[in-house]
Design a protein around this ligand. Structure first.
Ligand SMILES: [Zn+2]
Length: 393
């Protein structure tokens, strides 16, 4: 059946652009003069000017069509001296041999590390970077596309700490911009997926710790005395603002959502050596510059309740982190056409459906919901838990 021609062509037979009157609702448009049939929901903003009810199409040969769907990316694995192999044993990921995989960058566009699309029409063709360059509004949403010049603002990873990570701190935006070649700062949040009994995280300093105390304890090899450490279990969420000293302890596997930055100032590395047998570099001076010694006390961790529902665990100006728990039920999400969302399945399995299709999802899967996708529906197999992150408007 021919699609219904909803448009009335003003100048048939003439060279494009053409002006067509269309109804306000999405639909199919038959476009003269080339008699191309276009589902104009998927025409990129670069292909038309839309004023009132008049659609002025640019020449069809210049069209770039973006058909939104939940996008998965090929993982970028990072070896680390503290890494392990749980990304394979828990999630079935095809990590490199050697059992030292520390991180899987799931949704990333940082430096060389831009994720290659792994599913759907764009698989193997586009990367997160090219998507943001070609379709900034469709992927990021209008406001972010304008503000960030198309740069993807977040980075999602899994971290497998088979051993403790260094004690470290990340700078705030302003410091990073001035001292790190225009990088952004790094505020991050963790969701603990698995933790061996007694596993601990470090967040912040004991109350009253001054810069002098910190420097002295560091020099004496007793830094632990001023670090605030606590036990964690699966379902715990920890928010680490830029300027907060932190470390991930041995035995923890977590998902990390963070600003798109890779600036880390290592303060103390537990007297370990790196892969090359030499101690890894420390950045004590810069760390002392950015540690927020006067930071107000914040709860070390929040624990996500097990009941079904959506829970807001972190909200700051950099990102929002919600935990979505479903038992057999389903969840209707929407980007409102205005913002992207990042989904990360941390437990169980289920499916995600959208206007044009449906896909299975399981623990370890990460998805980018482009702003243009709008409505989607997550359904649980038995039980499924997802993180949902986005940049607040
Ligand atoms: Zn960190």
């Amino acid at each position: 059946m021919l699609p219904q021609n909803l448009g009335a062509c003003k100048n048939p037979g003439k060279a494009a652009p053409v002006t067509v009157t269309v109804p306000a609702t999405p639909g199919i448009l038959t476009c003269f003069p080339k008699f191309q049939v276009v589902d104009y929901r998927f025409i990129s903003r670069y292909n038309y000017r839309f004023r009132k009810s008049r659609l002025r199409l640019l020449p069809p040969e210049t069209w770039r069509v973006f058909k939104p769907y939940p996008i998965r990316f090929k993982e970028i694995y990072k070896d680390a001296i503290w890494g392990g192999d749980r990304l394979r044993s828990l999630f079935g990921k095809d990590i490199p041999p050697g059992g030292r995989t520390g991180e899987s960058w799931e949704i990333s566009d940082h430096g060389e590390d831009t994720g290659l699309v792994a599913n759907g029409d764009l698989a193997g063709v586009e990367t997160l970077r090219t998507l943001c360059e070609k379709y900034p509004q469709e992927v990021l949403g209008k406001a972010l596309a304008a503000k960030r010049r198309g740069k993807f603002p977040l980075l999602l990873k899994f971290i497998d700490a088979n051993d403790v990570l260094s004690v470290q701190v990340h700078p705030p935006d302003e410091y990073a911009r001035l001292h790190e070649d225009g990088e952004t700062g790094k505020t991050e949040a963790w969701y603990v997926i698995a933790a061996e009994a007694g596993s601990r995280l470090i967040k912040g300093l004991k109350p009253g710790t001054t810069k002098d105390d910190f420097r002295r304890l560091l020099a004496e090899g007793k830094l632990e005395q001023c670090l605030n450490s606590f036990e964690v279990a699966p379902g715990d969420v920890v928010h680490i603002r830029a300027g907060t000293v932190h470390a991930i302890g041995k035995g923890i596997l977590l998902a990390e959502i963070q600003q798109n930055s890779d600036v880390t100032y290592r303060v103390y590395d537990w007297n370990r050596v790196g892969f090359d047998g030499a101690p890894r570099p420390l950045h004590v001076d810069k760390a002392l510059d950015v540690i927020d010694f006067g930071a107000p006390e914040s709860p070390p961790k929040l624990t996500c309740a097990d009941e079904p529902g959506v829970r807001r665990m972190v909200e700051c100006d950099k990102f929002v982190l919600d935990v979505l728990t479903l038992y057999n039920g389903s969840y209707e999400g929407t980007t409102g056409g205005e913002r992207f969302e990042v989904l990360c399945v941390v437990e169980g399995k289920g499916s995600i459906a959208w206007a044009e299709g449906e896909e299975e999802i399981k623990a370890g899967a990460s998805l980018l919901i482009p702003a243009a996708l709008e409505r989607y529906r997550v359904a649980a197999g038995d039980r499924v838990r997802l993180l949902r992150c986005y940049v607040p408007g």
